[in-house]
Design a protein around this ligand. Structure first.
Ligand SMILES: [Zn+2]
Length: 298
């Protein structure tokens, strides 16, 4: 069994996009430089098809997205000024995670160097997320005949968009472990939510995660997993409010990826958030996820 990796295609964006984009370029460079991902394993996805997006998002919302008819309020909520380049980029990221999901359905591990846009709701953009790659990929896998999809969301922010889209669909188990006091203020219920107090450190975090994974794998018996592996859980993160070390974050990834491997299921990873002051810390933590994936799958 071999490992596949997917990269985002680089769409240049106007200068006024405030979202921290530099980490994606640096991460790709780091993975290539260290030989963590060999050249032949990179895949540059195309643009996702409308039908795939439509399974997770409402018709009227997609029309505003395509036509650029956002109100000022909608633009503010998204975090981005609308532009055709922005939409093209988002669709490429969606396709990256969708392809990772298909690869994971074959029992493999595949990672998107971007994605994890878990705040995008069924009918609106939110928190720098326009479309929800996790929900889109989950519904794509259901359309391909799978019956039980697990979404593990360990970004420090609650997966509100994913919960909004999936709701109580019994075919998709949504698990979000996040900072209780962190954005978003309103947190619609996931299948399982674990809300952590400010300052939660490695030992408590890993204990809770291990228990949750045991219980989910036993009760739900997933056929494939999608993993939002945001690194904004680090103590150094400007938005995080938790106290995890970089080593604890790596142990977190190993717990999730090993649980999938031991249950003989594939997993698709999307990078999610990371806002440490020192960008090299962010890149190091994301690169660890790739390193561990390769380690667990060889
Ligand atoms: Zn986050």
């Amino acid at each position: 069994m071999h490992t596949a990796y997917h990269s985002i295609y680089k769409h240049p964006l106007p200068e006024n996009h405030r979202f921290p984009m530099a980490k994606y370029e640096l991460l790709a460079g780091q993975l290539k430089m260290e030989g963590i991902v060999e050249d032949e394993r990179w895949i540059q996805p195309g643009s996702i098809e409308h039908d795939s997006i439509r399974r997770a998002h409402s018709k009227s919302y997609l029309e505003t997205l395509e036509n650029g008819t956002w109100s000022k309020q909608e633009e503010r909520r998204s975090g981005f000024p609308w532009s055709p380049e922005l939409i093209a980029r988002e669709k490429t990221i969606m396709e990256g995670t969708r392809l990772c999901g298909r690869r994971a359905a074959q029992g493999d591990v595949a990672l998107n160097i971007a994605g994890g846009t878990h705040h995008a709701c069924k009918a609106h953009a939110e928190g720098f997320c326009l479309l929800n790659d996790l929900a889109i990929s989950a519904y794509d896998l259901l359309s391909a005949g799978l019956e039980r999809i697990l979404i593990v969301d360990l970004d420090v922010h609650h997966g509100n968009g994913t919960a909004d889209i999936v709701g109580t669909d019994p075919r998709i188990f949504t698990f979000s472990m996040h900072g209780a006091k962190n954005y978003p203020q309103t947190k619609p219920p996931s299948t399982l939510d674990i809300a952590l107090p400010d300052g939660t450190g490695d030992a408590e975090y890993l204990r809770l995660l291990e228990g949750a994974l045991d219980s989910i794998f036993t009760s739900f018996d997933p056929q494939v997993a999608l993993y939002q592996c945001g690194v904004d859980v680090l103590a150094s993160d400007k938005l995080g409010r938790l106290s995890m070390s970089i080593n604890g974050c790596a142990q977190r990834d190993r717990l999730v990826l090993s649980a999938c491997k031991q249950s003989d299921i594939g997993v698709a990873c999307a990078m999610g958030g990371g806002y440490s002051q020192d960008i090299s810390t962010i890149v190091k933590a994301h690169a660890n996820t790739f390193r561990i994936a390769r380690d667990v799958w060889t």
